[in-house]
Design a protein around this ligand. Sequence first.
Ligand SMILES: Cc1cc2nc3c(=O)[nH]c(=O)nc-3n(C[C@H](O)[C@H](O)[C@H](O)COP(=O)(O)OP(=O)(O)OC[C@H]3O[C@@H](n4cnc5c(N)ncnc54)[C@H](O)[C@@H]3O)c2cc1C
Length: 447
Amino acid sequence: MKYEVAIVGCGPAGIFAALTLVEHGIERIILFDQGGDLEKRRRNDPRDVLCGWGGAGAYSDGKLNLSTEVGGYLSEFLSVNDLRELLRMTDSIFVRHGAPDRIFGDVPASVEEIDDQASMAGLEFIPTMIRHIGTENCQLVLNNIRKFLEGKVEVCTGCQVHSLLEENREIRGVKLADGRIIESNFVITAPGRVGANWMKGEAESLGLKMAVSPVDIGVRVELPATILKKITDVTYEPKLIFYSKTFDDKVRTFCMNPYGEVVTEETDGIVTVNGHSYAERKSENSNFAILVSSNFTEPFRDPIAYGRYIARLANLLGGGAIIQRLGDLLAGRRSTQDRIDHCLTTPTLKTATPGDLSFVFPYRHLQSIIEMLQALDKLAPGVFSRHTLLYGVEVKFYSNRIEVSRDMETKVKNLFAVGDGAGITRGLLQASASGMIAARAIVSRIK
Ligand SMILES: Cc1cc2nc3c(=O)[nH]c(=O)nc-3n(C[C@H](O)[C@H](O)[C@H](O)COP(=O)(O)OP(=O)(O)OC[C@H]3O[C@@H](n4cnc5c(N)ncnc54)[C@H](O)[C@@H]3O)c2cc1C
């Protein structure tokens, strides 16, 4: 049978595209994901963490960032007001399917106070409003959506899409890894970060233009939650930017998880670190990433390869992720299990190997990370402690940004590219919203 719309990827972008199509009465929709269905996914299997129903969103922290400047580049496609409206609408769909009511960062006086203190510490503070779903509730919300879509769309989990089929610059469907051809009038690709390499390969073979973005490389920092409590109680996730003194590189905090846990994830056989937190289950620690942006122009133009190289080096030395106390890093020695055991911060990730991150990071990155930690210590005393834990490496592969129209359509007619995998977004809410934009465009063409 010929489908109306085929969607590659069941992460938030693909799911919200499907929800929008269904809402407008579109039939014959098929979704593919190389990973398993929600109940078959196992959190402790690094491949399952990113793939399957819910995509990377399933075990994410579930922070829905309502600010238009954060989480992607949709502000380049829509006016600020339209984007704000779209994000609100996307957010309300999450709430309809079970996301909690509370929003952080909506008390102006407390936010202003943090802003003032950040300025004095040499940090730029970006105020954001956040709804925190929490990891366990992400499962609930995604399950509710899955049930809602039951019988309205066809969902093929454990199905990898091998390639996109095009004829005379118009999409015809997709070819699956098992050789089956699926014909479809429209295709929405939403393969996420885990599928960024696949997307890049397909874009190259279809002759689609791509822009190279910086790669963000850094560490996940873990410390007692009390150190950041005053800030995280108000904002949940403070977005802080710093320009390093030595290199003038842009360094930023990312994905703060109060009372959360550090986790590993695996992309194409490379293990990196990340973090999340539950709505109810609390650890004693908070974690966040410090990322350094690196850009390349000539002759090297492959930031993904650079990020992978650094992550692979950490894997080579540590057999996976590496953990080090800040005190050991500053003293020029590796962390050992014994040193980690008597560290005042108890690591929430037990599988990281105690080691030496100075063997992994270029001097430029390490210096920028240390300077950022010093600046953060002025805002939240205790951050630059010997007992602060650093996990390496965290890499954000946002790199290749596919050229798309305001409708998220590529230069191949009826082929749409959305979400993190197309380099257009970097977070749950904008990824979901980008799927909705593509779906709306398809609806208007069909009707
Ligand atoms: C641990 C963690 C915590 C996070 N916390 C937050 C947070 O608090 N707030 C926030 O805004 N963001 C967070 N994120 C990021 C957020 O999860 C992503 O931005 C979001 O999921 C992107 O949605 P997406 O639909 O574009 O891609 P994804 O969610 O990555 O989904 C893509 C899907 O496509 C599938 N796929 C890829 N290629 C193929 C193929 N060829 N064939 C078939 N299927 C394919 C994959 O298996 C995957 O399931 C977090 C991410 C992680 C990993």
